[in-house]
Write a protein that binds this ligand. Structure first.
Ligand code: PLP
Length: 404
């Protein structure tokens, strides 16, 4: 019997995996197998009968590697429990979760609404690839709920997609308000909760239909694997599972095992990311060499009140502008000794990037500014190092700036 608890730490450790398995191991054993055997045709016939008529969609014996593996089942059960959802489905990456969901559930002629300040690849998939299939997308400004409602086409709009917190400005979407708009117009709502984590927020509790994560980030948490997940109603996830068997973006057993292992420390890690994020944001806001800081836990953030209402913590990502230009900002980053310069976030090691270079190198400075990406913007994704050390490191890097 699985342990029943509403507490995140207990769920992160226990939910989803069987308490006792045939090998008497605590971890779900890695089943490095592409296919699974049947003892005789009678067993196969019974299995097929259950599969075709029994309505089983998960946690049922394995058949072939593209349809899942035991570690994947354990992770899915755990993430569904952490999000407070009925069912979850794991994918090979966050983008696989988003693209497979859209490909599998939208008919030709459908319309999508996307809020701006969203993951660039999600937007690219909708605007370029789905467009070729006759599916159109409207991008609305995050926070403009009237504009969002006005963009709904009663005949064609199927889904509203938003991130919260967003990247890089950590804007927060009002889940209850978004869910109400969706329900009023019978349009599904989906939140990319990658920056939020199920420890800091549970969008489904506010009436949102689907939650997706790039599990590559906080859920995996060690910068060592790629995975994605979608959580929602049982029937909807069962349909996506059928589609995954066709589309094939499944997670390998070793990767799912590592993710299961990572989830056990999720609540501990997120508590540290939250602490580091808040302490560093507070420090930066008082520093004379800093122009502006964006962190939902600061009273100065435009969505602070909403963040306090619907989040239990604000995560490890802090965005800020330093007083200076493109070059002085690069010099500040180069003087940092602890954070690595790398894309991504949510892992044990702190990462830092200058979005003007990392994400928008292909644009002219004026274009970047129009997109809201000034040259002196820095995104720091704090890890789980000690806040004192990270702050001392930032301090020495900023002082170097003054001396330059
Ligand atoms: C990284 C990221 C993705 C894509 O996830 P991958 O695992 O890299 O495919 C999607 N959404 C957000 C918010 C992300 O940060």
């Amino acid at each position: 019997m699985p342990i029943k608890s509403n507490q995140s730490s207990t769920r992160a450790v226990h939910a989803g995996s069987q308490r006792h398995n045939n090998f008497h191991t605590i971890p779900t054993p890695i089943t490095q197998a592409a296919t699974y055997t049947f003892t005789d045709t009678a067993e196969l016939t019974e299995f097929m009968h259950q599969k075709v008529w029994g309505g089983h969609d998960e946690g049922f014996r394995e058949e072939y590697g593209r349809y899942g593996n035991p570690s994947m089942d354990a992770v899915e059960g755990r993430l569904a429990a952490l999000e407070g959802g009925e069912s979850a489905l794991l994918y090979a990456s966050g983008m696989a979760a988003i693209t497979n969901f859209l490909l599998a559930s939208l008919p030709t002629g459908a319309h999508i609404i996307l809020t701006d300040d969203c993951y660039r690849r999600t937007r690219q998939f909708c605007m370029t690839y789905l467009k070729r299939l006759g599916i159109t997308t409207t991008v609305v400004s995050l926070g403009d709920y009237d504009g969002l409602e006005a963009a709904i086409d009663a005949e064609r709009t199927r889904v509203i997609i938003s991130e919260s917190p967003t990247n890089p400005y950590l804007r927060i979407v009002d889940f209850a308000r978004l869910a109400a708009i969706g329900k009023r117009h019978k349009v599904r709502t989906l939140i990319d909760s990658t920056f939020g984590t199920p420890i800091n927020q549970q969008p489904l509790a506010f009436g949102i239909d689907y939650v997706v994560h790039s599990a590559t980030k906080y859920l995996a948490g060690h910068h060592d694997l790629l995975a994605g997940v979608i959580v929602g109603r049982r029937s909807a996830i069962a349909a996506l599972r059928q589609a995954q068997g066709v589309l094939g973006a499944v997670v390998a057993p070793q990767t799912a095992f590592l993710l299961e292992r990572s989830l056990k420390t999720l609540a501990l890690r997120i508590a540290k990311h939250n602490e580091n994020g808040l302490r560093i944001a507070t420090f930066l806001e008082k520093h004379p060499a800093i122009e502006r800081v964006w962190y939902p836990g600061l009273a100065s953030h435009p969505d602070h009140d909403l963040a306090i209402q619907q989040m239990q913590g604000f995560g490890g990502v802090v965005s800020f502008t330093v007083k200076g230009n493109h070059t002085t900002t690069s010099h500040f980053i180069d003087r940092l000794e602890i954070p690595y310069i790398a894309p991504s976030l949510g892992g044990t090691e702190s990462l830092v990037e200058q979005p003007a270079i990392m994400s928008y190198y292909d644009r002219e400075p004026e274009e970047r500014l129009a997109l809201g990406i000034p040259d002196n913007l820095v995104r720091l994704a704090t890890g789980i190092e000690d806040a004192e050390d990270l702050i001392a490191d930032i301090e020495q890097a900023l002082e170097g700036e003054g001396a330059a």
